[in-house]
Design a protein around this ligand. Structure first.
Ligand code: 6R9
Length: 577
């Protein structure tokens, strides 16, 4: 059914005044120096993310405010205040220092969403170490590859994960000096005996803080290096794009191994001194609705894949819950289909606000902020401090696209604080991401006359058919309009006549069965909405679509399997490890 193209915001209807009442005006007035003024800095000079995130609150009026409300997979919730988190991370810092960790050493963390993860990450930052968070579902091989690429010195994990994922390859990681199992009795004793004070290493804004691996389509994963100064961007975007206010209960559902789980699961909410909900359990529709309702979540940051799973579980489930406290919902990781934005409005009472960024950008760059009217399907506008343009790469240099609604590559003016500073050990590859002072994202987008950006596709995923450039996202979004469809993944299949034809893979919502009738219905619906040139020629049903551990549909894998080609690097594919 056709929906209106825009959701208007009523300024009189905000219960809490948005931090960014007028994005365009704020962009004109903004400077990164003024954003940095919101940080404290280390006593005596220097900048350290852990100090901004925890210690400055522990030493001030928010000391007894809850930093983390932890929900174990089973059992009662546990609250951890800023003062407690500061002491606990100091204990980790002391233990790590005792193991020989000094400034610049790489500390890897392989943990689920447990309190030790937060204390260990913050403790390692306090030591001046470079922290590399791993997906806890990684098997031994992807873990080994990454530890060896980044010359990991200490690996922090649990007894269970050690037995399942580490032991087998422990002897094959030559730089690794210690594996710290946080729940083994020896480590527990060390932690209990460690002093609860620690003098934070005097790091500076340009010292490395995090190493985040992002998988290339083939070959080795790339290690993006981020610095302590990035916290200025986490703080500013937490304020602008997530609208954090001091009394918020914030829930970021991202896996700690994905950069979203660090930048917005750890750094941004803590830097704002708010309470974060941390749920150890994996996705479960009932549990998630219950969390939103019972924990009084006010700001929720999740991903399209999770929203589609909620949609798939059916509207009746949502109807059993109420969310009177929920004020703002945002999403990242993949394009957010208009259907999902509308689902939010119906099931949660709020539209979902899409925002865009990458491991390389370190923080949110383009967003639908609370006061902005939402155009479902658009990722919003550049945040204050971010200059975004659309470019075409030409022989002689970059050509800037001025005309609205014209596709091209999204480019960002280099220099925002959370920009990655290197691909570990791959200088040439890093250099190639920049031209004429612009960072080139590899994503194709267009911008409308009002300055809203629209995602077209990863440059690698765009389909060329009979002279048309087709972005998989628009085809997927149209298929999702059909009431039976839960998710769709669209690829181009080589064709001798038109170059490529569009093929779609769809999974269905609970209560719907695949069949010839439905296939014809979907083909007809797509043709009516998209025209014959863009609509899929083929539709295949699947129980679920392959996705990465951060929830992105792996179109290249759908394509490789369809064409019988090599599947490439599958270390980030979700599934049994
Ligand atoms: C944070 C994160 C980055 C890639 C990015 C783009 C896709 C992320 C999106 C989006 C459309 C959005 N992506 N957000 N596409 N709309 N709102 O996701 O980092 O894992 O490095 O992925 O994800 O293709 O280039 P990362």
């Amino acid at each position: 059914m056709p929906r209106p193209p825009i959701i208007r915001k009523d300024p009189g209807a905000f219960v809490v005044a948005p931090n960014l009442p007028d994005t365009d005006a704020a962009r004109a007035a903004f400077s990164w120096d003024s954003a940095r003024a919101g940080l404290q800095g280390l006593p005596g000079g220097g900048l350290n993310i852990a100090h901004e995130a925890v210690d400055r609150h522990a030493n001030g009026p928010r000391a007894n405010h809850v930093a983390l409300r932890w929900l174990p997979a089973s059992g009662a919730a546990r609250d951890i205040t800023y003062a407690q988190l500061s002491r606990e991370s100091n204990r980790y810092a002391n233990v790590l220092r005792g193991l020989g960790v000094v400034k610049g050493d790489a500390v890897y963390v392989l943990c689920g969403r447990i309190p030790a993860l937060y204390a260990a990450v913050l403790g390692a930052l306090k030591c001046g170490a470079v922290v590399s968070p791993m997906f806890s579902a990684f098997g031994p091989e992807p873990l080994k590859t990454r530890v060896n690429l980044g010359a990991g010195k200490v690996l922090v994990t649990t007894e269970a994960l050690y037995a399942r994922r580490v032991r087998k390859v422990e002897g094959e990681m030559p730089t690794l000096r210690h594996v710290l199992r946080v729940d083994d009795p020896g480590t527990r004793g060390m932690l209990e005996g460690a002093p609860e004070r620690f003098a934070v290493e005097r790091t500076g804004a340009e010292d490395p803080a995090f190493l985040h691996f992002t998988s290339g389509t083939t070959g080795m994963p790339k290690g993006a290096v981020h610095v302590h100064g990035a916290v200025a961007a986490h703080y500013a975007t937490g304020r602008f794009a997530l609208d954090l206010h001091p009394e918020d209960v914030f829930w970021c559902t991202a896996d700690p191994g994905w950069i979203t789980g660090t930048s917005y699961g750890i750094v941004a909410p803590l830097a704002h001194g708010v309470t974060s909900l941390v749920d150890e359990a994996e996705f479960d529709a009932e549990r998630w609705y219950r969390n939103l309702q019972e924990q009084g979540v006010t700001v929720w940051y999740t991903a399209p894949t999770a929203i589609r799973l909620l949609m798939k579980s059916g509207a009746e489930v949502a109807r059993r819950y109420r969310f009177p406290q929920l004020r703002f919902v945002a999403s990242v990781g993949e394009p957010l289909n208009p259907e999902a934005v509308w689902w939010g409005k119906e099931a949660l009472g709020l539209p979902i606000h899409d925002n865009w960024w990458q491991t390389e950008t370190g923080g949110i760059m383009i967003a639908n902020t609370p006061a902005m009217d939402v155009k479902p399907g658009s990722m919003g506008k550049p945040l204050p401090g971010i200059e975004a343009r659309i470019v075409h790469r030409r022989e002689g240099g970059l050509a800037f696209v001025e005309a609205p609604d014209t596709e091209g590559e999204l480019a960002l003016r280099a220099g925002w604080p959370s920009m990655f500073r290197a691909y570990l050990g791959q200088e040439e590859r890093y250099r190639k991401c920049f031209a004429e002072g612009w960072y080139l994202s590899g994503d194709l987008v267009r911008r409308d006359a009002e300055g809203y950006f629209w995602f077209v596709g990863r440059a690698d995923d765009v389909i060329k058919s009979a002279g048309h450039l087709i972005g998989p996202f628009e085809v997927e979004s149209v298929l999702m309009e059909h009431p039976a469809v839960a998710e769709a993944g669209v690829i181009g299949k080589p064709d001798p006549v038109v170059g490529e034809v569009v093929k779609a893979f769809v999974s269905l919502k609970a209560g719907h069965q695949p069949g010839e009738d439905l296939r014809l219905q979907l083909l007809a619906h797509a043709r009516k909405r998209l025209g014959a040139a863009v609509a899929p020629k083929e539709i295949a049903f699947a129980d679920s679509l392959p996705r990465t551990r951060s929830g992105k549909i792996m179109r290249r894998l759908l394509k490789a399997r369809e064409l019988g080609l090599p599947e490439g690097d599958l270390s980030t594919l979700e599934g049994p490890a």
